[in-house]
Write a protein that binds this ligand. Structure first.
Ligand code: NFE
Length: 470
């Protein structure tokens, strides 16, 4: 007998989101990933001064804000034909790397761990799922201590962002043309001292906790696999080679590596609440909300690579660079994300050493009357794209495609499920009253509903719970 399970709002993710699955014989037979609000940033940006875009687009989200500043500034620098000073590129990378680390660490300790380890229950707001702990007492206690400590470490990472970015989230340090804060010996010394605490935490807490968790739940290397197609736009602009990225772009299709081709990216919206249904490239992309009954069920469009479905994230980056050689299951995503923390801390140490104290961080420029640029860069959760067209010195067109849009997209125009929907299909559920496996697989993607959509549509929310999906 089949059964429907509906979880909404789906918690311990960033932002709002809703998930429905169909279960047959204790196995998920189908899934629907539902973005429940509308993001209208593209509309807000029309007619604005292009230089505002890195600041305004950061407001999409609190957990990955700097990535929008970085990618937006990257797109604008292409539109302005600007080469920025290497010091500025280093400062931008340092700000973004702090944000990446706080996001990855918060994801592991605060969002993932409660799916696998029973935490002490202090004034719970509602009933939680019931499952038995698998970790031995000693490892569990160490993990719980590190859970608390992770909050201090991630707060410290925000404080590090403030050294070069003025505030966190939504920093003021990253903009088109470079950065706002020139490094000096004092700032570098402060940043380095705090970085060494992060490094110790990653090596002494995160890596052993990751090992303990993954060896206690080996079935999650098999569960949550999905299409096994991985995509990265590349990450961290190379401060010394303008136009190059330190982590290269690329794809892995069923185990085969290949180049990433920007012209293949398109968005499809048959199942999304938007007027334009046909596949559109980012340059032509439109954001015309249209709530309608019938097929559509999400405010997230379906980004596709040509006609193929790809997931994106740290696993794609690590696998493409030969740093991770496991599979593509839920635990592989979690493991690769943890390994990336270790690598990024080491990169940051190198970048600090490359900074030229008091050296220039910004290249002055005039905003051209016309121009156009696309920034393809990985955010913490995977490939992020900002596309801008400028006319009469103002933004005429802007489009954003976020990593969560890739990973948590609804079905596309050919009825193919999104990566997370596909990853859930086939997952066994032991206890239908406590379907803890759903959260474990879904959260391995580090979902962010805020980035993928924005701004609440009260009418939509009212209608959503009662709507028939199929
Ligand atoms: Ni709101 Fe984001 C990241 C972006 S998610 S977290 O990483 O862009 O899609």
């Amino acid at each position: 007998m089949s059964k429907r399970i509906s979880i909404g709002p789906f918690t311990r993710i960033n932002g709002l989101w809703h998930l429905k699955v169909e279960v047959e014989n204790h196995k998920i037979s189908d899934a629907w990933s539902i973005g429940t609000n509308f993001r209208g940033l593209e509309i807000i940006l029309m007619g604005r001064d292009p230089r505002d875009a890195p600041y305004l687009t950061q407001r999409i989200c609190g957990i990955c804000s700097s990535t929008h500043a970085l990618t937006s500034s990257f797109a604008l620098e292409k539109a302005f034909n600007l080469e920025i000073p290497s010091n500025g590129a280093l400062v931008k990378n340092l700000i973004f790397a702090c944000d990446l680390l706080q996001s990855h660490l918060r994801h592991f300790y605060l969002l993932v761990i409660p799916d696998y380890v029973n935490l002490p229950r202090v004034n719970p707001l509602g009933p939680s799922l019931v499952f038995s702990d698998r970790l031995p007492e000693g490892k569990k206690n160490r993990l719980l201590k590190n859970y608390d400590h992770s909050m201090e470490i991630t707060q410290g990472l925000h404080e590090m962002m403030v050294i070069f970015g003025g505030k966190a989230p939504h920093n003021h340090g990253i903009l088109a043309g470079g950065a706002t804060v020139p490094p000096d010996a004092d700032k570098i010394r402060m940043f380095r001292a705090m970085l060494s605490q992060v490094e110790s935490f990653v090596e002494e807490a995160l890596l052993p906790d990751l090992e303990a968790l993954s060896s206690a739940y080996p079935e999650y290397y098999e569960w949550g696999k999905g299409y096994e197609n991985l995509l990265t736009f590349g990450m961290f602009p190379d401060p010394h080679n303008p136009g190059e990225l330190l982590y290269p772009p690329g794809i892995i299709k069923k185990g085969e590596k290949g180049p990433f081709q920007e012209e293949r990216v398109n968005e499809q919206a048959r199942y999304a609440f938007y007027q334009e249904k046909e596949p559109l490239k980012p340059r032509e992309g439109k954001t015309t909300p249209l709530f309608e009954r019938g097929q559509p069920y999400s405010w997230i469009k379906a980004p596709r690579y040509g006609e193929e479905v790809f997931e994106t994230g740290p696993l794609a980056r690590q696998a493409l660079r030969g740093k991770y050689s496991g599979g593509t299951g839920a635990m592989d995503r979690i493991y690769a994300r943890g390994l990336e923390c270790h690598e990024v801390v080491k990169e940051m140490d190198k970048w600090l050493g490359d900074l030229e104290p008091e050296g220039p961080v910004f290249k002055e420029y005039e905003v051209p009357a016309r121009g156009e640029g696309e920034g393809y860069l990985d955010a913490m959760r995977g490939g992020l794209m900002h596309s801008v067209k400028i006319k009469n010195h103002k933004i005429e067109h802007y489009q954003i495609i976020t990593p969560t849009a890739w990973n948590c997209s609804p079905r596309d125009n050919s009825d193919r499920r999104g990566p997370l929907e596909e990853a859930l299909a086939g997952t066994p559920l032991e206890d239908l009253e406590n379907p803890v496996e759903i959260g474990r697989v879904a959260r391995s993607f580090d979902v962010c509903g805020s980035c993928a959509v924005h701004m609440v549509d009260l009418k939509g929310i009212e209608l959503m719970p009662g709507r028939k999906l199929i």
